[in-house]
Design a protein around this ligand. Structure first.
Ligand SMILES: [Zn+2]
Ligand SMILES: [Zn+2]
Length: 262
């Protein structure tokens, strides 16, 4: 059995948003306090981090993450990679580079944004590699972490290609807007689908709630958990709305700290 922990379920600004006085941002409910999006997968004593936003230090301390066996990066936007630098602590603790699975397009962008991480020689000191990059491309999208098999697939957020994956009967899809119908074949008979949905209003680069419901209903997993939620989504009232609608009976909002078994 595996375990999923939601380390963060917010959008790129998280919530509360700096300076915002909206209902969600002023709320004292723990369900409305969202860090940047990330999950931890634990299976067979392996810890696998999915995405590493700017809140990773806080998340690692809050959820007591002292060991990482692998990192999966879905794409190279700020809210998914801005914490890369903070992972060097794991290099020190584990004394080796961290295995990192990502698309070749994503690695190219990371090399541009974090050029210093790839310098071998800094002022005469040899810098040991922080990451052991395992590059995935359309011909090879599946990979194994120890004996755990991840079946990868891709879709799009505007023009950017994003990596999603399935492990056993659980699938993870974030920052999706456009996709080819053939990915639905990989998503049959799921127990759990984690899916991003930004807000109720339509947005150019994310599913809104309606689009997420429509997508989930094509796949029909036993349960769908929505994440990457912007502050326009107030947890308690939206959760009630989802519960009432027939089309979203098996769809819930995720929240920071939620744990699921798969
Ligand atoms: Zn707000
Ligand atoms: Zn994002």
């Amino acid at each position: 059995m595996g375990k999923i922990t939601f380390l963060g379920t917010g959008s790129s600004t998280a919530s509360p948003v700096i300076g915002c006085k909206c209902r969600t941002c002023k709320s004292t409910s723990k369900y409305n306090k969202r860090l940047r999006p990330s999950i931890l997968i634990q299976k067979n004593r392996k810890n696998i981090l999915v995405d590493v936003g700017p809140d990773i230090r806080h998340q690692a301390i809050k959820f007591n993450i002292n060991k990482l066996d692998a990192l999966i990066i879905t794409h190279a936007h700020f809210d998914h990679i801005a914490g890369l630098d903070d992972l060097r602590i794991f290099n020190r603790m584990q004394n080796k580079p961290l295995k990192c699975y990502l698309l070749k397009e994503t690695l190219k962008e990371i090399k541009k944004k974090y050029d210093y991480m790839f310098e071998v020689n800094i002022k005469g000191h040899t810098q040991s590699a922080r990451f052991d990059f395992q590059v995935l491309n359309e011909k090879k999208l599946s990979f194994k972490v120890a004996d755990i098999t991840f079946e990868g697939f891709t879709y799009f957020q505007d023009s950017k290609k994003v990596l999603g994956f399935r492990v056993d009967d659980f699938a993870f899809i974030t920052d999706i807007k456009r996709y080819r119908e053939k990915i639905l074949d990989k998503l049959k008979d799921l127990d759990i689908l984690i899916l991003s949905s930004l807000r109720e209003e339509p947005t150019p680069v994310h599913f809104n709630i309606e689009e997420a419901i429509e997508f989930a209903n094509k796949i029909k997993p036993k349960m769908t958990y929505l994440t990457h939620l912007a502050h326009e989504i107030e947890h308690i009232s939206t959760a009630k709305k989802l519960e009432k609608q027939k089309s979203s009976k098996n769809i819930k909002l995720a929240y920071d700290g939620l744990k699921l078994n798969f």
